[in-house]
Design a protein around this ligand. Structure first.
Ligand code: SF4
Length: 229
């Protein structure tokens, strides 16, 4: 099955929402500067994404084999249950926007540019997820990401990237020696159908995380993912 590559994702950045998010909507001297920066960013922004349909070949106690690639995670294995279709993906704010951000020297504007890049990444993620859901008529899904939990460490990025072949290179995303993605405002993961639902955050005790999507559940691991399950 071919990889789907999304390179023409429209960058529709709502400037009023951006100013509000940055809490400068009531500060005209900052708002004007930031609006100018956002207009400039729009000239450079090309968020992108790539994903494919892949099949689970086999399952062990602590790993699954997908299209011949072993993904070592007990939690992923339990989450996949009897599921056979999965969707590895990578999304990015784009190398163009990252290159633009590196030309900015003012500290405050760098911070704003960082937020603009995060918005571009969010847009790429939402567009890719909607495209995948429509194309494959998916119902309820969840995702896991290498490096989000100890159980599926960041080194496993290599397996995930190999499932996508050269698609990640086609959208300008590469892995460093320490398995981080460049551009840094990129995200990768495996999406899968689920009836029970799952969020990495349910197993992550980090306090005051601004990106938390679900409350921490201290007993979930023992209830659902322990070896005795
Ligand atoms: S709580 Fe924050 S750090 Fe932990 S998994 Fe969720 S988003 Fe990641």
């Amino acid at each position: 099955m071919a990889v789907t590559i999304l390179k023409d994702i429209p960058f529709d950045l709502g400037v009023p929402a951006l100013l509000k998010k940055l809490r400068i909507d009531g500060r005209p001297e900052y708002a004007e500067r930031c609006s100018r920066l956002a207009r400039e960013a729009a000239l450079h922004a090309h968020p992108k994404g790539a994903y494919r349909l892949a099949y689970v070949d086999s399952k062990a106690e602590d790993a699954v084999v997908v299209n011949g690639v072993t993904l070592a995670s007990r939690i992923l294995r339990v989450n996949l249950g009897d599921i056979h279709r999965v969707f590895p993906f990578v999304v990015t704010c784009g190398v163009e926007l990252e290159a633009w951000s590196q030309t900015i020297t003012d500290m405050l504007e760098r911070f704003w540019a960082d937020t603009i890049m995060e918005e571009a990444l969010r847009l790429a993620f939402e567009t890719l997820t909607a495209d995948m859901t429509r194309r494959y008529q998916l119902g309820k899904t969840a995702m896991m990401n290498p490096g989000s939990l100890e159980d599926w460490p960041i080194e496993q990025q290599t397996g995930l990237f190999s499932l996508l072949g050269d698609a990640s290179a086609q959208i300008g995303v590469r892995l460093t020696e320490s398995f981080l993605m460049v551009p840094i405002k990129s995200a990768s993961g495996l999406r899968f159908p689920t009836e029970t639902g799952f969020e990495n955050c349910q197993l992550c005790p980090r306090e005051r995380c601004p990106n938390r999507r679900a409350p921490y559940d201290a007993s979930l691991h023992a209830r659902r993912f322990s070896a005795a399950y």
